[in-house]
Design a binder for this molecule. Structure first.
Ligand code: NDP
Length: 294
């Protein structure tokens, strides 16, 4: 492979360490640790693993972790009441409601109930508007992590052609917004896009956030492109009793000619939790009336 493999795992470890370095000064100035509350409704195994990892990383960074695990049968009013209590709790700086919620619960209503000052996932209308207006706010963790990797690899992004495949609220849309704010020329592709290979082939930067295993083929990618693969897809197991392989949305093995690419796993995935910690630290400083950490 001649393409550079972007080591998201190492970058994320470094970011987590930098966040942890800031915590003692915050504790000294405010008299308390930054606190992150994660709300998990239901027993989706993948979500349980994510919530467990978030809790461990939060404690490892010297912060307070509050986990609220509710049964799938939780009524919307109870979920909203918990969010209201967390909004009012001074020891909580960040609130993350693990998505997706079980059927019957309204995700938009749950997100809308979160105080924008504690919205470390950057999904409330207030933070979406700030991002759209290129103002300071809390930015969704996964796209923000992708931006950090792009900035680290490319430096100045102004004038580059970027294609984002996917337009979800969580990844595709905020990613496009961040790239616009960085003065890229941005195309957003989705399931109704015509001639996707040609559109991707025009791009200096490709961000794939679709959720379809190895959909973006190697010959779609321009030589020298930088490719950020957000997708996490598990292939069918080849052996009975074993888990299938994890792959991204890009055919990694066909991408030898690009400048740099994130692997799956070990690329964007680890960045998400590291940025969540960083957003919690930033929210804690803002709530305590302290200057943002660098
Ligand atoms: P969504 O399912 O919400 O969005 C998928 C997007 O892909 C939609 O905009 C959809 O278009 C588009 N799409 C679907 N099929 C095609 C197609 N054939 N051609 C072009 N576009 C298509 O997913 P998410 O954004 O939440 O997640 C995307 C992937 O990223 C998933 O694999 C997810 O697991 C992963 N992920 C990884 C994270 C990490 O930490 N690394 C965090 C979050 C997500 P349309 O809008 O028209 O339906």
């Amino acid at each position: 492979m001649t393409a550079e493999i972007i080591d998201g795992k190492a970058f994320a470890a470094d970011l987590r360490a930098r966040v942890a370095e800031h915590v003692p000064a915050f504790v000294k100035a405010s008299g308390r640790k930054p606190g992150l509350a994660v709300v998990l409704v239901g027993d989706d195994p993948a979500s349980q693993v994510y919530v467990g990892s978030k809790g461990k990383a939060t404690v490892a960074a010297g912060m307070e972790s509050f986990e609220h695990i509710l049964p799938a049968s939780t009524p919307q009013d109870d979920l909203n009441a918990l969010i209201a209590r967390l909004n009012a709790d001074d020891s909580v700086d960040g609130i993350l409601v693990q998505l997706p919620l079980p059927d019957g619960l309204d995700e938009a209503a749950a997100v809308a109930a979160i105080d924008p000052a504690k919205d470390v996932d950057g999904l409330t209308d207030a933070n979406v508007a700030r991002l759209a207006n290129n103002e300071v706010g809390l930015v969704p963790c996964t796209p923000f992590g992708c931006m950090m990797l792009l900035n680290d690899r490319l430096g100045e992004l102004a004038g580059l052609d970027a294609v984002v495949v996917g337009r979800s609220q969580l990844v595709g849309r905020p990613m496009a917004q961040l790239l616009i704010n960085a003065n890229c020329t941005v195309t957003v592709a989705h399931s109704r896009t015509r001639n996707l290979p040609a559109i991707v082939h025009n791009a200096d930067i490709v961000v794939a956030a679709v959720g379809r295993a190895e959909m973006v083929k190697g010959d779609w990618l321009k030589p020298g492109a930088v490719v950020i693969d957000v997708g996490i897809n598990r292939l069918a197991p080849t052996e009975k009793g074993k888990k299938g392989q994890l792959v991204g949305d890009v055919a990694f093995g066909e991408a030898d000619h690009v400048k740099a690419i994130t692997p799956v796993p070990g690329g964007v995935g680890p960045m998400t939790i590291a940025v969540l910690l960083r957003n919690t630290l930033v929210a804690a400083h803002a709530r305590a009336g302290l200057a943002p950490p660098d």
